[in-house]
Design a protein around this ligand. Structure first.
Ligand code: SAH
Length: 272
């Protein structure tokens, strides 16, 4: 079997025109060619979209269709997932997997979350009591614990007015900063710190979302949650695994629900 070409497909403008029997380099369906390879389209057998961004748009649209068919119904979430170019957040060697429903390594032993899990958690967050089920409402300030590569923070910026995202690993805080520079998202604030303490300066939050799972939801998060706000976080479950926990803050106290099992990296304390 012919090996599957990597993405971006390696094409050079200096390649000779394919002679009889020569195999033209194939670009994986819908994937953009490497920047700077304009003109290489002449040696590509299959037609490719006119611009790299149109190519990734098509692959991302398929990812979003799949999310919808798997039960993500909130139009705000589907729009946000189709807006953010996930391939810009993963290592170049993994770009051809960027729109598969899988978590991928982002360095320092951490991972970018699966698109279906990001979509599910943001859909839950938009169910915060304060939004009253209004289909077109936007969240106010949101706190994300565990910036990682910055992907979820970018998605959140489409459904919330301000995003505070905190990361404990310096290397990833810097990486997220570099990844997000391209998007120029003025409402995303990246912070280096221990997210177990929340981020009091931005409180109260309309929503708090965690991308790392601990033994319990820290009290600081509940204290920093606005009335009508919601926390969505992976937390250790009774069977020793992990489950999504939703905590709503009402005028007279908090309400907690445990949902499906999930697999997140551990929530750790301190900065490294
Ligand atoms: N949100 C990312 C997922 C990152 S993985 C995405 O878009 O895909 C979870 C991240 O949580 C890791 O980078 C890990 O370093 C970080 N993390 C774990 N404990 C933390 C803590 N106490 N404070 C801040 N970040 C933490």
């Amino acid at each position: 079997m012919k090996p599957r070409p990597g993405f971006p497909a390696r094409l050079t403008t200096s390649a000779p025109a394919p002679g009889p029997g020569a195999r033209a380099a194939k670009v994986p369906a819908g994937m953009p060619p490497k920047p700077g390879t304009r003109g290489a389209a002449a040696v590509v057998a299959a037609p490719i979209p006119a611009t790299p961004s149109m190519a990734s748009d098509a692959v991302r649209a398929r990812m979003v269709q799949k999310l919808a068919s798997q039960g993500i119904a909130d139009a705000r979430v589907l729009r946000a997932m189709s807006s953010v170019e996930r391939h810009r957040f993963v290592d170049s060697a993994l770009v051809n997997q960027a729109y598969e429903d899988t978590s991928l390594p982002i360095g320092l032993g951490q991972t970018i979350s699966k698109p279906s899990v990001v979509a599910r958690m943001i859909e839950l967050l938009l169910g915060a009591p304060a939004l009253n089920g209004q289909a077109d409402a936007r969240l106010g300030r949101v706190l994300e614990i565990g910036t990682g590569c910055g992907y979820q923070a970018a998605v959140l910026s489409h459904v919330a007015s301000e995003v505070y995202s905190i990361e404990r690993l310096r290397g990833l805080n810097e990486r997220a900063r570099a990844n997000l520079r391209h998007f120029r998202l003025a409402t995303v604030h990246l912070l280096l710190g221990d997210g177990m303490l929340g981020y009091a300066k931005g409180a109260p939050y309309a929503g708090i979302i965690a991308a790392a799972g601990g033994d319990a939801v820290p009290d600081a998060w509940i204290a920093q949650l606005a009335v009508g706000g919601r926390i969505v976080a992976p937390t250790r479950s009774a069977d020793g695994g992990q489950a999504l926990v939703v905590i709503d803050r009402g005028p007279s106290g908090v309400q907690r629900r445990v949902l499906e099992a999930v697999h997140f990296v551990p929530l750790k304390s301190g900065i490294a």
